[in-house]
Design a protein. Structure first.
Length: 384
């Protein structure tokens, strides 16, 4: 956020400087497993049952909170401001342990999630093997070969079936589950395996119920840590913003601005942050100190508006803790920043270009105070 407090701005710039030193030393912030878990955590707190992928995100985020905490507290004497965030982060050993036991890296419910689930899955595998063995026996019976369209076992729904030629459907007792597009093949569940398939079905229903119970338990566990998880997410987000500002400073070769309490604004070789460095014309500007007003004149397309916007952006960047893309930068902390730039005409409000500017100027002049920055582009334009 933009701050008008001198001490806060100085702290934010110090945080960015510390993060930049870490990046300069090839130390990367561990953000790889962080996700925006706010919605899932809030729902868990209200008693909702979360999906597996949501619990997986909570697990990896909780692991990253611990990793980020260790990262920020290691060598904390070199980055005391960032270490404050490290001390605010928490570890969640019980929650992580339960989630690791229940959810795989691929986001699947593991057999180890509960003893009952493990037993059910053993039962399912055993029943499936018995069905396959029975079907293989039927397939390899010489007396049955003429019935088969293909000598293989396939599935329709959750039932094991055999493809049988249409003309032999009365010779092969069983339950028809499907047929081919041409109707030449029927997919029949032999009567010999109906009970075994039913057993698998019962196991699958019980497995689904047990998985739902496990998800309820894990969701409740996450919900019990909701407030702590949300605080850690906010702290990690703050650190992510700081790291991003440091990365921006590296990419743009930006410098830490010198904050002055009684001086003015001075920028040497400043570059608009949105313009390519190799084509941008550097800007030198001084304002304040011995004079309070600077009037910029010149031909059209000479860069006056860009210079005006860049000055305002530099001030806002400094007051959010960002470094300035310049050779050198000195800035005060402005109490407020006002700008009247662009065409404010409005058909809807019956405002011409001139009256639109005048409306803005009147509003700004009513609120502006000493210590504010006021940027005006083409004052009184749009009229003779």
């Amino acid at each position: 956020p933009v701050s008008a407090d001198f001490g806060t701005v100085r702290r934010m710039l110090a945080e960015t400087a510390e993060a930049k030193r870490l990046l300069d030393n090839a130390k990367r912030f561990p953000f790889g497993g962080l996700y925006n878990i706010a919605s899932a955590v809030k729902r868990a707190k209200m008693g909702s049952v979360l999906e597996v992928d949501e619990l997986q995100d909570i697990k990896t985020s909780a692991q990253e909170f611990a990793a980020l905490k260790r990262f920020l507290l290691t060598g904390s004497d070199d980055h005391p401001n960032l270490a404050v965030y490290g001390r605010e982060l928490q570890e969640f050993p019980k929650l992580v342990r339960q989630l690791e036991k229940a959810i795989s890296e691929k986001g699947e419910i593991l057999d180890t999630a509960s003893v009952k689930l493990s037993g059910l899955r053993v039962g399912i595998a055993s029943a499936k093997n018995r069905v396959k063995t029975q079907l293989e026996h039927i397939l390899h019976d010489p007396d049955n070969q003429k019935y088969f369209q293909d000598a293989l076992v396939t599935m329709r729904g959750d039932r094991y079936v055999i493809p049988i030629k249409q003309e032999y459907r009365l010779n092969f007792p069983g339950v028809i589950h499907d047929q081919s597009g041409t109707g030449a093949t029927l997919f029949i569940e032999p009567l010999a395996v109906v009970n075994l398939n039913n057993e698998i079905k019962r196991y699958l229903v019980q497995e689904k119920e047990e998985v739902e119970r496990i998800l309820r338990h894990l969701s409740a566990l996450a919900g019990s840590e909701a407030d702590n998880l949300m605080r850690c997410l906010e702290t990690a987000t703050d650190v992510d913003v700081i790291a991003t500002k440091a990365e921006f400073a590296l990419q743009t070769q930006a410098v830490e601005p010198v904050l002055v309490q009684d001086g003015g604004l001075r920028i040497e070789k400043g570059r608009h942050p949105l313009l390519p460095k190799d084509t941008c014309v550097p800007l030198d500007i001084s304002l304040g100190g011995t004079f309070q007003t600077l009037l910029v004149t010149g031909p059209n397309t000479g860069g006056k508006t860009v210079a005006l916007k860049a000055t305002g952006i530099f001030a806002l960047m400094a007051q959010t803790g960002m470094f300035i893309p310049a050779l050198h930068a000195e800035l005060p902390v402005f109490h407020a920043i006002y700008a009247d730039i662009g065409d404010e005409q409005s058909i809807e409000q019956s405002l011409s270009t001139f009256s639109g500017h005048m409306t803005n100027l009147v509003s700004i002049l009513r609120d502006v105070r000493p210590g504010d920055l006021f940027l005006v582009d083409e004052i009184c334009s749009g009229t003779d």
